[in-house]
Every structure is written in structure tokens, then in C-alpha cells.
Write a protein that binds this ligand. Structure first.
Ligand code: BDR
Ligand code: CA
Length: 314
């Protein structure tokens, strides 16, 4: 058996972030969560760091270290998404306030120190929110880029274009300067854009399968997806709400569920209408060197089978 993959989850929970974290914590044989760094995004930092601790306790893992990172994008004012995730970021279920402590170390310091301390090529970063913490770590210690095994992130879009503006996906839009730094850093990058996450739709039967687990985790996940589904159904008129961030942790467990292309991806930071756009060279017309594997297809049934089975272990 191979040893579990060592990861840092960088996150702004968010119901879908919560499910991504739960999936990782349900899979200790394959995934070793070295720490969770919170960033401002869906809701402000005091809520995202608290929500990360709520989720760890829900998973029965108060031993996981949670760090607070940046409370605002590198150069811009924070844009939040309470209209999707509710006032707390985790609206839906009734959740216990966490008792586990927040770590004293800043999240960016934790990322830098971990990458410096661990053998090169052994730590994977899993950003599920705006890329502020990761970019801040790369600005502070550019040499860590060469020590990262892989960055597997949720963000961006190509064919699906945007969800917060007509041209941009939320995580990239909130801090495009940070995204630009990350996409240029030279580490291997795998992207879960809206093109993939919009295939991960929580249909009614899939939601019922979570609830039918009959556990606190299963019921909480069903209630969380019930909550943001109301918004998404109105917006997309689709069969259910997209479960974006769990695509990142599912990829670590079952990369075969995903298919994409290794292409050049650049971030628009100056657009008049397109700030935060991920300009992915899907058709390879730019001649620019590939810097990311940009996913385009998901085996959605396989994804939900995996997720439900793993959540059932908690
Ligand atoms: C992304 O934005 C957030 O609202 C979600 O948590 C996800 O990370 C989707 O655009
Ligand atoms: Ca998120």
C-alpha cells in the first residue's frame, strides 16, 4: 500500500468547501491532511476559520490544525457570496460551535514553513477559495514553488465562462492578482473549473442518498446542499446545485473520474468586462507553454458514489 498523500487544504467554507473537507477527512488511507488554512472568500475570515473548525469537529477530527490566513485579497476589496452560502457561509443545518482552538500561527506562515520542512515534491496544495494565501506564500518565499508536488484547485472556467460575472468564476474573480501569481509559479497545477463542477449536480436522488446515511454528517451534507440548491436552481434552472469544491478532493482519490487537457491558462487582471477570467488555451491556438491541466469532463455517477460511500465512513 502506498502512503497517504500529504495535503494542505486552503479554504473559505462554504457548504461545498465543507463537503470537500469531509471527503478528505473520510479518506485517511489515501489523504493525510497536514493542516487547513482559511482565507476570506465566501464569507469574511472570522467565519471561514470558524467554519473550518466546525467541519473538523463534525468529522470527529478536532485534532486537525486550522490556521487563519489572509482576510482580504492582495490588492482589492473583498467580494463575498452570502447570496449563495447564507450569512454564516454554512447556512442550512444546525451546527455546533467549535471547541477546538484556532492555531496561533498565520496560515501563510504555515504553508511556507510546511513546504520548507517537508521533502520536496511531497506536499500537495488544495485551494478551494480565492488564491490569496497561496500567492502570499509564493511572494514571501518564491523557492517553495519548486517544492510543491501539485496544486489541485477549484477555480475558473472556459466553456462555462463565469458565475460571479459573465466572464469570471468566483474564486478567481475575488483575487485575480493572486491567481495570476499562482498560475505563473511553475508548480504542476490541476484545475477543477466550472466546466467540470457544473457536471457535479446534486440531484434529488443524490441528496436523498446523503440523508439516507442517517448519520450527523450525512444529514448535515443533505441540509447544506438543500440550502444552496435553492439559489442555484433559480440561477441555472438545472437538475440540482453544483458541488464545486469536492471535485478537488475526489480527484486525489479517483483521478480516473476526470478528463482534461494540459494547456496554457492565463488570468485576466485588467479586463474592462473580463477581470478574473481564466483564459484557457483549450484549442491550443496561442503558442504559449502549457502550465495547467484544465479539466473538462467528470464521471458524475462515479463521483457521487465515491462521495456518498466515503461520507458514510464518518
Ligand atoms: C466557488 O466559489 C465558492 O462560492 C464555492 O465555494 C466554490 O469554491 C465556485 O465558483
Ligand atoms: Ca470554496
Amino acid at each position: 500500500m502506498t502512503s497517504p498523500r500529504r495535503i494542505i487544504i486552503d479554504t473559505d467554507p462554504g457548504q461545498d468547501d465543507a463537503v470537500a473537507i469531509l471527503l478528505a477527512l473520510a479518506s485517511p488511507e489515501e489523504i493525510d491532511v497536514l493542516g487547513i488554512t482559511a482565507v476570506a472568500g465566501n464569507v469574511p475570515l472570522p467565519l471561514t476559520e470558524r467554519n473550518a473548525r466546525i467541519v473538523c469537529e463534525l468529522a470527529g477530527r478536532p485534532d486537525i490544525r486550522v490556521f487563519a490566513g489572509c482576510d482580504a485579497p492582495l490588492k482589492r476589496k473583498l467580494v463575498t457570496a452570502e447570496h449563495v452560502h447564507g450569512k454564516t457561509g454554512l447556512d442550512g443545518p444546525v451546527l455546533q460551535m467549535p471547541e477546538m482552538p484556532l492555531q496561533a500561527v498565520h496560515g501563510v506562515d504555515f504553508i511556507v514553513e510546511t513546504l520548507r520542512a517537508e521533502p520536496p515534491g511531497t506536499v500537495t496544495l488544495c485551494p478551494l477559495g480565492p488564491l490569496t494565501n497561496i500567492a502570499a506564500a509564493l511572494i514571501r518565499a518564491p523557492e517553495i514553488a519548486g517544492r510543491i508536488r501539485e496544486i489541485v484547485l477549484m477555480g475558473g472556467a472556459y466553456f462555462e465562462v463565469g458565475n460571479i460575472t459573465p466572464a469570471a468564476e468566483f474564486n478567481i474573480y475575488v483575487d485575480p492578482e493572486a491567481a495570476d501569481i499562482v498560475f505563473k509559479c511553475g508548480a504542476p497545477i490541476t484545475v477543477m473549473p466550472l466546466d467540470v463542477t457544473h457536471q457535479a449536480l446534486v440531484t434529488k436522488p443524490r441528496n436523498e442518498a446523503f440523508r439516507a446515511l442517517g448519520t450527523p454528517v450525512g444529514v448535515a451534507v443533505a441540509e447544506m446542499t438543500d440550502f444552496f440548491e435553492r439559489f442555484d436552481r433559480e440561477k441555472y434552472g438545472s437538475a440540482g446545485a453544483p458541488l464545486h469544491d469536492p471535485c478537488v478532493t475526489a480527484y486525489l482519490l479517483r483521478p480516473d473520474l476526470f478528463a482534461g487537457r494540459h494547456v496554457n491558462v492565463e488570468i485576466e487582471t485588467e479586463g474592462r468586462l473580463t477581470t478574473g477570467m481564466t483564459v484557457a488555451d483549450w484549442w491550443r491556438v496561442s503558442g504559449r507553454a502549457p502550465n495547467a491541466t484544465f479539466m473538462g469532463r467528470l464521471d458524475a455517477d462515479g463521483f457521487f458514489e465515491l462521495l456518498t460511500e466515503r461520507l458514510g465512513r464518518l
